[in-house]
Design a protein. Sequence first.
Length: 121
Amino acid sequence: MNAAFNRGEEGWVVFYDPAVEFRTPPEWPEDDVYTGHDGIRHAAGLWAESFSEYEWTIDRLVDASDHVVALHRHRGRIGDSDAWVERPLGAVYFLRAGKIVRVLSFFSWDEALKAAAELEE
């Protein structure tokens, strides 16, 4: 999924359940929940329109029974400038039948890990 997304291929969407619920970070300026394939395409498009180039790398995956915590690193070039932004991002992915059915996303690794720990309580 990550490699297909970085290449800008439509194929990344097939890893998500058609009824996926994607929750954005609390600081996200747009809607806080996007649903279905069209919803996650829209959210990804909002993200991508801020960058002329971008890449997501996965630093670490943490298996936590019915969910996985992904610690990502995003690097993107803003518009046509020489300015690059790099930051860690985290997400909690909930899986069912081999598909991602729900995502909680965060602008920091600590927030993602904290959310996953709270799910275990």
